[in-house]
Design a binder for this molecule. Structure first.
Ligand code: GRF
Length: 207
């Protein structure tokens, strides 16, 4: 079983999609061992508790945005729950902190993130608004490995979502979110079933 740690700051709907996928036996080779949050009141924590998953919170108010001193505590919590660098996987599911380079380097190709746009377009915050403002006709979502740059690592899965003339940030976000909830568990399934290899920037099927 691959031990998984989820880092979340907000609503937690992607966390819930992963936990549901485990409960429904879509994901059979992994177990969510810990949900960590930098926001003590994150609704994601309630979702974790409902699923009887260990939670750890460490308020990051006032902490600089990329900070190894802070991240060391996160790593300690992950490790104490069995999410070790070589064997564990970390999922950023709406985690509103940029990881320090030391954190990323400790878990090479073992941290994944879900982003609500077709990277490399519209990285960073408010990706859905960026897409609408730019006037693109298609956006979507991406699950990718995390490297030292924000929203940048090798891409595991992407799905397009067409933009409608009457879309608002809310309507577009909700259609993208539905796809996020599908491709995040799918990416975890491919990874935990050891079906993927990374060749430079390309993530390929092993066979
Ligand atoms: C999602 O849109 C995700 O792509 C982005 O943050 C949002 C988190 O939503 N990184 P939730 O907390 O999983 O509901």
């Amino acid at each position: 079983m691959v031990p998984i740690g989820v880092l979340a700051s907000g609503r937690g709907s992607n966390l819930e999609a992963v936990l549901d996928a485990v409960d429904n036996h879509y994901l059979t080779k992994c177990e969510v061992k810990i949900v960590f949050s930098n926001r003590p009141n994150a609704p994601a924590l309630e979702i974790a508790r409902k699923h009887h998953v260990e939670t750890v919170t460490l308020d990051d108010k006032g902490v600089p945005k990329k900070n190894w001193d802070y991240d060391q505590n996160t790593v300690a919590a992950l490790q104490s729950c069995g999410v070790a660098p070589k064997t564990g996987l970390i999922v950023l599911a709406g985690y509103l902190r940029i990881l320090s380079e030391q954190f990323v380097d400790l878990y090479p190709r073992r941290i994944i993130n879900v982003h609500p746009a077709l990277l490399p377009s519209f990285p960073g915050l408010e990706a859905q608004k960026q897409a609408l403002d730019h006037g693109v006709k298609v956006t979507g979502c991406t699950v990718h490995f995390v490297d030292r740059e924000v929203d940048h690592g090798p891409i595991i899965l992407q799905t397009p979502v067409a933009i409608r003339d009457d879309d608002t940030v809310e309507t577009l976000s909700s259609r993208i979110l539905r796809e996020e909830h599908r491709i995040l568990p799918e990416a975890l399934r491919l990874l935990t079933e050891d079906q993927l290899k990374v060749d430079g920037r390309r993530v390929l099927f092993k066979n």
